[in-house]
Design a protein around this ligand. Sequence first.
Ligand code: NAD
Length: 355
Amino acid sequence: MVKNIAVIHGDGIGPEIVDEALKVLNKVAELFGHRFNYTYVDMGGCAIDKYGDPLPASELKKCLESDSVLLGAVGGNEWNDVPANMRPEKGLLRLRAGLGVYSNIRPIKIWKQLAEASPLKKSIVEQGIDFIIVRELIGGIYFGEHKTEGDTAIDVLRYSEYEIERIGRIGFEAAQKRNKKLCSVEKSNVLDSSRLWKKVMHRLADEYPDVELSDMLVDNCAMQIIKNPAQFDVIVTENMFGDILSDEASMITGSIGMIPSSSLGATACGLYEPIHGSAPRIAGQDKANPLGTILSAAMMLRFSFEMAEEANAIENAVSAYLDAGFRTADIMSDGTKLVGCRECGKLIVHNLRKD
Ligand code: NAD
């Protein structure tokens, strides 16, 4: 199969982690007889420096013409003082909106080899951490009006029934493929948008009788993720709550550097990226963990290219790497072997097999 992938290296550790993911994709292509063509796209701070715009129309067009997009991360202190609508992260929001990718899926799973790296008590980790967060990605407060009038700042949070319903369906369908438990997270004791969210979720529940729907307030959910993560199967929530909860949830698995994500809309063209940012403090030092990006590439193969076998091969290679005791600095523990970003990528390539 031939697939055209738009590749966004971005800023900070972005170029390092994406390069390792490309090495892994190249090896997959070689083993399984595919061809991946890469089109390089500038987005984020590097695009501001080059074009004065975090995502010029010409760069977005390259993404729209591709079969999927692989992204590292954007942002950094160098661009802190640029106007708000020109910040690196604006490029990312525009990319997500331009691609129409309204559903973001973040698997929160602890690798058995990393139980020691979780900050949670062993007794909690042993109960299992394996759930997914389905986050609405192109609505809510991040996409509402933002303005500052004198000493007052305003950010608008709005959701329509249509927007809630389409992400709700993704949540129910994801639960159907797993353990059939969906937890809808909102703040309906305070927010109108959350009351609408809850109403739509319960209306949809009639269409998915095999799925057990529960409601949870977001503040309680933040506590429950720490206290009893084993209770969750699929969480569905709005944009900002999902952003915050998934960072929190990533930490209980050991490191934010391990978690991939997929974002999809109405077509097979998806956006695949690790959930972390550009980690400027460790950029350019060969210290970053590239596994979140490598596992995002695996999600791209599975969800956009229907290459499940190839995706499994990458996940097995990661598991073999962890079994052998290799760790980047973020997941180091006693008795493990420290490797850098490049060595990690090289070892994953080395472990790749076609069974
Ligand atoms: P961050 O995710 O970049 O870093 C948080 C912490 O995790 C840091 O200690 C960092 O060193 C560590 N970390 C993150 N990824 C890692 C990896 N792969 N390997 C090892 N350690 C890793 O979040 P931040 O520091 O709040 O933000 C830094 C910049 O990234 C900001 O400019 C922010 O706006 C941007 N950002 C971008 C995205 C994105 O591109 N999707 C997401 C979040 C933040």
